[in-house]
Write a protein that binds this ligand. Structure first.
Ligand code: SF4
Length: 630
């Protein structure tokens, strides 16, 4: 399909409109931010700084959301100019960002805004409210300001939620119920959650809490009232946003859209329509299809179809990121949608097979397919999904053009093989009797396991828009470095305490995964400790699982593994950003930076300062049940 005026890297005119986000910029590296979350103590000081932020926001190009780095540079300069401490940086970035987005909030009707409040504002000792699926169900007892804020906002037509500003917020936005967010949150939450919302170009204003104590907190109440009362003006303020593309990619696998875009071949009932009688009540020939369709619409973040659609848009002019992007996306041919679905379908197939290989019990809040239907059926449904992934492209070869379809299929097939090689290397290592590992080998496995999916999603988007040749090398380098950095961050998160997601600390070690952390430890430990670690990894130790995890973690600290791994993340992130800096068109570069910022979530960090060897198991080892990934 050639819908496009694709600009190859060498063809693009670099003299196009320049603004704060269009110039290649070096990104800041991961760093600790705890000391940057001070709140100015006096109200006068806060008011004065807010006025300065407003003045700066008025000078910014409002067509493009500022990146985090740009915001940070502006705020650092402001603090220097005003002689204020660096510690206010996090606070002032939220204030400046809110000033920037106020114009866009104005163009959103109140009824399309979500007002988000933190439950820590409640009166902790006497609050009679309970929690339901939407957060805290305030009983308006009057003991805290939540009830008043809520009443003011609801009177104007806002949807109000008293909950932590986390994935639920993005979910509500992506599902299409609201178009903008105003909220109150502590700087920790704002850094982790709302930051992602801002990066996606979703209009968002926030008033930071005056403390991050999580209990009986307070806020500048007049600022909150002003924020809620930002009027609706039918203006045409337009700031680029990925929201239309995020919504479209999330919609693809909703039951109704899935059935329309890919009608069932066997035409059987869905499992829901089998009235709870299970798969046995279905026509046996239609049963595999029914399980597969159910699994496809069961959940997931849909980041791969988003990449395909967003890349397609970026190299086709970037119209879908403008305010009328919903109309642009609605006009996409279904063949484009199905190609985007293809990548996700392969991913789902790999999840089914991975769950069998790792004997995982749960996926998307339900039993994994092999637990529910048995291993043979699980394998078979995975195979069905592989076939379906290819057909999602091949069936549209007329509309896409035979050459385009063949190129995409070839890339998918190659990616599929590389993925299987990476997974195979991991499984063979896991099942070997004498496991040892070098960092280079771990990184090779990562490059094979994680990068091909990013790469295939990117390639498909580019090829759907036109010739892909000029992009092959940069896209491969970008995907490889992004994928490797992502995987190392995942390894690091495996050692974090995570009460929210009930994740098992040290799960990779106990599950026998060949991680770069292990490889770095083996490379850096002294002989005696290396032998001890190899004994732990190879099952030659009498320690319990908890003790193994504890001892391994101590050895990792001793070898400086966590700091070294973060250096590797930084290195691969820099390489991905170098590719982004040189790519054209600007829309594609912006998308690459967006992906770097959202995929590589640096907000959490393993704290290397605790002397865990001298703490008890209970103090350092939160062993909880295994969470789910998507
Ligand atoms: S006003 Fe609502 S949230 Fe605040 S203490 Fe009363 S019931 Fe709880």
């Amino acid at each position: 399909m050639t819908t496009t005026n694709i600009n190859s890297p060498s063809e693009t005119d670099s003299s196009t409109e320049q603004s704060q986000s269009e110039k290649p910029v070096r990104r800041s590296r991961r760093r600790k931010t705890a000391h940057l979350k001070m709140v100015p103590s006096s109200k006068d000081q806060r008011e004065s700084l807010r006025l300065k932020c407003q003045a700066i926001a008025d000078t910014l190009d409002r067509n493009l959301p500022p990146s985090k780095d740009e915001l940070e540079a502006l705020c650092r300069q402001l603090l220097i100019d005003e002689g204020e401490p660096e510690g206010y940086l996090g606070w002032i970035m939220v204030v400046l960002s809110s000033c920037f987005w106020e114009e866009q909030i104005k163009s959103t009707p109140h009824s399309r805004r979500l007002f988000l409040l933190p439950h820590c504002l409640k009166h902790a000792e006497g609050c009679p409210a309970d929690y339901d699926e939407f957060g805290l169900a305030c009983k308006t007892c009057g003991a805290c300001s939540i009830a008043d804020f809520r009443a003011s906002a609801e009177e104007l037509g806002y949807k109000v939620l008293v909950a932590e500003g986390s994935p639920i917020v993005l979910k509500i936005i992506v599902s299409g119920h609201v178009d903008a967010i105003v909220g109150v949150a502590c700087l920790n939450v704002l850094e982790k959650a709302i930051d992602k919302i801002m990066l996606a170009g979703i209009p968002c204003m926030a008033v930071p809490l005056l403390s991050s104590d999580c209990r009986n907190t307070s806020v500048d109440e007049d600022w909150v009232e002003q924020m809620v009362r930002v009027p609706f003006e039918d203006s045409k303020q337009e700031t680029r946003s990925y929201i239309h593309l995020l919504r479209e990619s999330s919609k693809l696998f909703e039951r109704e859209h899935l059935e329309r875009l890919v009608p069932r071949i066997r035409g059987g009932k869905s499992l829901a329509e089998a009235n709870g009688q299970g798969v046995g009540a279905l026509d046996p020939i239609a049963a595999t299809e029914a399980i597969a369709y159910d699994f496809l619409s069961a959940g997931g973040k849909h980041s791969r179809p988003f990449i395909t659609l967003a890349v397609y848009d970026a190299v086709s002019g970037g119209e879908a990121t403008l305010s009328h992007g919903n109309e642009v996306v609605a006009d996409y041919p279904d063949a484009i949608r199905r190609a985007a679905m293809s990548i996700e379908t392969f991913h789902k197939a790999s999840l089914v097979h991975d769950d069998i290989e790792d004997n995982d019990q749960f996926r998307y809040g339900a039993e994994t397919l092999h637990i529910k239907y048995g291993i043979p059926t699980g394998i078979n449904v995975g195979d069905y999904l592989v076939g379906m992934g290819y057909r999602l492209v091949s069936r549209d070869r007329q509309e896409l053009g035979a050459e385009t379809a063949a190129d995409i299929l070839d890339y998918l097939a190659e990616s599929h093989q590389r993925l299987a090689e990476g997974q195979g290397a991991e499984l063979i290592w896991r099942d070997s009797k004498n496991r040892t590992l070098k960092p280079i080998d771990a990184l090779k496995i990562y490059a094979l396991k994680t990068a091909p999916a990013f790469e295939a999603a990117f390639y498909s988007g580019i090829r759907l828009a036109g010739p892909a040749e000029p992009y092959l090398k940069p896209v491969r380098a970008f995907a490889r470095n992004l994928g490797v950095a992502f995987q190392i961050l995942n390894d690091l998160k495996d050692w974090e305490k995570d009460d929210d997601n009930k994740r098992l600390v040290g799960g990779d070690l106990l599950g026998g995964r060949p991680t770069v952390l292990l490889a770095l430890a083996l490379e850096n430990l002294k002989d005696e400790q290396r032998t001890e670690l190899l004994d732990l990894v190879n099952g030659r130790s009498d320690l319990s699982s908890e003790q193994k995890v504890l001892r391994t973690r101590a050895l990792y600290y001793e070898a400086g593994v966590f700091a070294k791994a973060y250096q590797l993340v930084d290195k691969h992130q820099q390489k991905a950003e170098q590719v982004a800096d040189e790519i054209q068109p600007d829309e594609l570069r912006r998308l690459m930076y967006y992906l770097v910022d959202t995929v590589l979530d640096h907000s959490a960090e393993v704290k290397p300062t605790i002397d865990i060897q001298h703490l008890s198991f209970n103090e350092v080892l939160p062993i909880v049940s295994i969470g789910q990934s998507s």
